[in-house]
Design a protein around this ligand. Structure first.
Ligand code: AMP
Length: 418
């Protein structure tokens, strides 16, 4: 579990600002579900045999004797909220949430125990066009952030009935090769055979390569749905690769699944994953309703921004106010307020601490501010500031406070955007 430092926070703010704007452009509304839910919710949705529920949840019994868990993902909470509040009674809802998720994983690069997701869900819509909409929305997010080289992989798992039939086929196949299974896969054969396809063990890859694939055993409706999705993506100019081995680690998926992957993050190469989960609303106690959605890993996405050299807007102060003399020091806070009154875009830091004028200017320099505003008794009396350019060669000048915004605008470009 990590802290986000002041130096990292601008990346998070940029990601969140761009996401909000893109999500608004597609008509998605924010929701804020709680971080803790009944453990039962995740058992029923994510699934008993999954790694997440089997060994990764932070589960505890509260003082009332109820088993609760820190959410390991957010789709279950979104569906629970929609069912509980009847959001699906009047048709579909498009919702999103950003927040922390918790999984007791083996920590490694790109895998953390507290991590953050942007979760986007469209509940109540059966159409493949809505799956396409989610994919286009995420593609637009990459474009708006300036990210390149994120590839789309898609697959279809088929309806629940088709999955059950496929599962039998898969079990029969792996049982025919029992001796070739590693320990993990032997265990999964009984609990969750689909997960064997996800094994990273190089020794298992040939066996997995020859295993039956879900896309070859789809029911007619899922096959048609998948074709329509592919056509919608082609019509929109979105390149994709059908990855016959893509299964995802949660039980609730039906039909389409997808992942956005990159070669730049090492082993944890997925920045975003999702798909259709048409059975979940009913399993959680609602009237049957189709649904589709995705979750994006924010830590991985920010890592990718850093790797690709994409920088957030500057947050350094525009100005750093240095007071010289006791009276000016006492007036500095009030003067800074006057400046903020006339210039609502300013990022102004007021010097604090002991020391000579020279050491105050050193602090001004270290703050990364562009200008030092120097205030002595005379300036306090006349409501002016001495302006010293710390980074360029503009001559030092004295300005009435009222003229400061115009002066800064002329030298700092579009400050409102920064
Ligand atoms: P999932 O909820 O497992 O489908 O994951 C969706 C996305 O969340 C993944 O593609 C990752 O980007 C991210 N993610 C999942 N687990 C972790 C983790 N332990 N640490 C960091 N990011 C994660």
């Amino acid at each position: 579990m990590s802290d986000v430092s002041p130096a990292q926070a601008p990346y998070w703010q940029m990601f969140e600002a761009v996401s909000r704007s893109v999500l608004a452009a597609y008509g998605y509304s924010e929701i804020r579900p709680p971080i803790v839910e009944r453990t039962e919710l995740f058992r029923r949705s994510v699934g008993e045999g999954t790694d997440i529920v089997e060994k990764e949840m932070y589960t505890f019994v509260d003082r009332g004797g109820e088993s609760l868990s820190l959410r390991p993902e957010c789709t279950a909470s979104c569906v629970r909220a929609a069912v509980e509040h009847g959001w699906l009674r009047s048709g579909g809802v498009r919702i999103w949430h950003i927040g922390p998720m918790f999984r007791y994983e083996r920590p490694q690069k790109g895998r953390y125990r507290q991590f953050h997701q942007l979760d986007v869900e469209a509940l109540g819509f059966p159409e493949p066009e809505v799956d396409a909409e989610l994919i286009l929305l995420s593609a637009r997010l990459w474009k708006r952030l300036g990210l390149a080289d994120i590839r789309l992989e898609i697959n279809s798992l088929g309806s629940r009935a088709a999955q059950a039939a496929y599962r039998d086929r898969l079990v029969a196949y792996f049982e025919g090769h029992r001796n070739a299974l590693d320990e993990d896969s032997s265990r999964r054969l009984a609990t969750n055979p689909l997960r064997i396809l996800d094994s990273k063990n190089p020794g298992m890859q040939a066996l997995i390569e020859d295993a039956p694939a879900t896309v070859d055993h789809l029911d007619d409706a899922s096959a048609a749905h998948f074709e329509s999705l592919k056509n919608a993506l082609k019509d929109s100019g979105i390149a994709f690769n059908v990855n016959r081995r893509l299964v995802r680690g949660l039980d609730y998926y039906t039909g389409t699944v997808f992942e956005w992957v990159t070669d730049e993050l090492g082993a944890q190469n997925a920045v975003c994953g999702g798909g259709r989960y048409d059975g979940l609303v009913e399993e959680i106690g609602g009237s049957p309703a189709p649904a589709t959605g995705f979750a994006l890993g924010i830590e991985r996405l920010i890592e990718l921004l850093v790797i690709q050299g994409i920088e957030p807007p500057a947050t350094a102060p525009h100005a750093y106010l240095v007071a010289v003399g006791d009276r000016a020091a006492r007036a500095a806070v009030r003067l800074a307020e006057n400046i903020r009154d006339v210039d609502s875009n300013i990022r102004l830091l007021v010097d604090a601490g002991e020391g000579s004028f020279k050491s105050k200017l050193k602090r001004a320099d270290r703050s990364d501010a562009r200008f030092a505003l120097i205030v002595g008794d005379r300036e306090v009396d006349s409501m002016t500031v001495g302006v010293k350019d710390l980074r360029g060669d503009a001559p030092q000048t004295a300005l009435p406070v009222s003229e400061l915004p115009g002066y800064l605008d002329a030298r700092l470009g579009d400050r409102a955007a920064g």
